[in-house]
Design a protein around this ligand. Structure first.
Ligand SMILES: [Zn+2]
Length: 563
């Protein structure tokens, strides 16, 4: 019998691959831009003519010599891919051949390139390294045209008439406006992973947007996220011990300053590429638990550099989904990093002094904040008394002085934050004697109280005896009311929030200086000092630099006001 099984021709395989990888203008941009980054580009110009299905990406990367150009789009060049791990190399995003070869089956492709002097190899003859070439490729990557071209070192790739040979593919795509939105999102994602790159993006021969290079991801974000100011973010860069290559860079939107109604700024990147990492995203959400208002999501961008052999290839070799071998290790690192960025320590207070701008008083106060790019030094444990209680306003706000200015701290929610974290750390149910008697509880209320661990039993007609209560409520006169409140729903954490709220010092209560100092000291040591468990901001900072500006202190230096 003759076997009818045939191995698929390579060309067909690549066509299939091309169809999967390059399915939109945004995908073309992504593939070309990744090539530019692989070539070491620090400046990338993307030009789009969506109605013509044309994309051009120009970069100042290392460029290609003629020999490389001739091979650039051939199927042969895909042999550069040796293993899946190559795809995830820290220094390489992809491989030139794959995407370019695929593109020749879907569009017209032209590349101009000139090697930069810094990487030109010893040449066999002449000055080849300094000459630019233009090559036009046909279907499958064969060369149709080739000529010397006058260009600056770098590469310019033009893809025209995308899907021209397969019009049905175009019809399945969203509107031009939606496609352009996808292009912008793609560029933003890549820019976040490569903040040191300068971007210029054109649409129909008009400048559309630009992104200036920034030293870190955190300093780039305010360009991409209009509502966010530098002081709203806290950034941390950690070299992880016990490995030469692994590092972690995280940017956290401070929960009292910014949050989103969708998880659209919850981003994880690994080795220069945005990935889907559901487990790490859960870790991030967990770290922000009970710091944000209901149904709000944090701004948090995480970029991990991980040695490729610590990435699990077997589970999913797709480009965008990733599984880490030692997931719990990474989850722990991420949790700790976020915890560190959210704490208030003497660094936070010192840094706050340097970040301010003229504006309305409240605006100024909102703007100021820590922006610590190198807090690899551990938080200073001697935080107590960096904030000094100096008074109380309206029996509601504690006025706290520190070397850089003053803060107003709302006494009730600061205390609520302290108590909530104490309750989470040691939730204690203690017996009460005599029992607390409640009446007319529904069966739902009874099971709710049982769920949070209270000892409850029928005590006659429509009566129930509560024989144990949360320790913090035990001594309170309104303990029965508090138990009723707890019976009305929510999980254990909701109950803990309710207990903390009920037990915290009310606004309107006069406090002595030592009492206020105690609250400040305890509050500074909480894990999430910026917001209460409902997500409300706890403090308003008025920095000395803003105050000096507001009071025009520079007008009176050396004059009559006695400064
Ligand atoms: Zn409260």
């Amino acid at each position: 019998m003759v076997s009818t099984i045939q191995v698929l021709p390579k060309e067909v395989v690549h066509l299939i691959t091309a169809g999967e990888v390059i399915d939109s203008l945004a995908a073309v941009v992504r593939e070309l831009v990744e090539n530019s980054l692989d070539a070491g580009a620090t400046r990338i110009v993307v030009s789009l003519w969506p109605e013509q299905w044309r994309v051009r990406v120009a970069d100042n990367g290392c460029g290609m010599n003629l020999e490389d150009l001739q091979q650039a789009a051939s199927a042969h060049s895909t042999s550069k891919i040796r293993s899946c791990a190559d795809l995830w190399k820290i220094t390489s995003l992809g491989f030139r051949g794959e995407a370019l070869h695929s593109l020749t089956t879907l569009a017209e492709l032209e590349i101009l390139s000139r090697p930069s002097a810094r990487i030109s190899v010893p040449l066999t003859g002449g000055t080849e390294g300094e000459v630019g070439w233009r090559v036009v490729y046909g279907h499958g990557g064969q060369i149709l045209e080739q000529q010397v071209a006058a260009i600056a070192p770098g590469t310019v790739v033009t893809v025209s008439n995308l899907f021209g040979s397969c019009i049905a593919r175009r019809q399945g795509l969203p509107t031009v406006a939606q496609q352009m939105k996808a292009v912008q999102a793609t560029i933003y994602q890549i820019a976040l992973c490569h903040p040191q790159v300068a971007w210029q993006v054109w649409q129909n021969d008009r400048e559309w947007f630009t992104i200036s290079p920034a030293p870190t991801m955190g300093k780039l974000i305010p360009q991409l996220l209009q509502q966010v100011r530098p002081g709203d973010l806290q950034e941390l860069q950690l070299e992880l011990p016990n490995s030469q290559q692994n590092s972690l860079n995280i940017v956290v939107g401070l929960p009292d300053r910014c949050h989103r109604h969708r998880p659209d700024w919850l981003r994880v990147a690994v080795n220069g590429r945005m990935v889907k990492a559901p487990e790490l995203e859960q870790t991030i959400l967990g770290a922000f638990h009970r710091t944000l208002p209901r149904d709000r999501y944090p701004v948090c961008c995480l970029h991990l550099l991980i040695c490729p052999d610590q990435i699990n290839w077997n589970r999913n070799p797709a480009k965008t989904e990733i599984y880490l071998n030692d997931l719990s290790y990474w989850q722990q690192q991420v949790s700790q990093a976020i915890e560190q960025t959210l704490r208030i320590n003497s660094d936070t207070i010192q840094e706050a002094v340097h970040t301010s701008r003229v504006g309305k008083l409240i605006k100024v106060a909102e703007e100021t904040g820590a922006y610590n790019t190198n807090p690899s030094t551990p938080p200073n444990p001697a935080t107590s008394h960096t904030l000094k209680a100096v008074g109380q306003v309206n029996n509601t706000y504690i006025v706290a002085e520190h070397p850089g200015g003053l803060w107003l701290v709302e006494q009730h929610i600061a205390h609520e934050r302290i108590l909530y974290e104490q309750l989470c750390d040691r939730w204690q149910i203690v017996p009460v004697e005599p029992p607390i008697i409640l009446y007319q509880l529904s069966s739902v209320q009874v099971s709710q109280l049982q769920r949070i661990g209270l000892d409850i039993e029928p005590f006659g007609e429509q009566l129930w005896a509560i024989r144990s209560v949360p320790a913090m409520l035990q001594q309170r006169d309104d303990c029965a009311d508090a138990i009723l409140e707890l019976s009305r729903g929510g999980d254990l954490q909701t109950a803990q929030v309710a207990v903390a709220c009920r037990s915290a010092i009310r606004n309107g209560t006069p406090l002595s200086l030592p009492e206020m100092q105690q609250i400040l000291d305890d509050w500074q040591r909480t894990r999430n000092p910026r917001t209460c468990p409902h997500g409300r901001p706890i403090f308003l900072s008025l920095e000395e630099s803003s105050l000096a500006r507001f009071f025009r202190r520079h007008w009176v230096i050396g004059k009559s006001h006695g400064i």
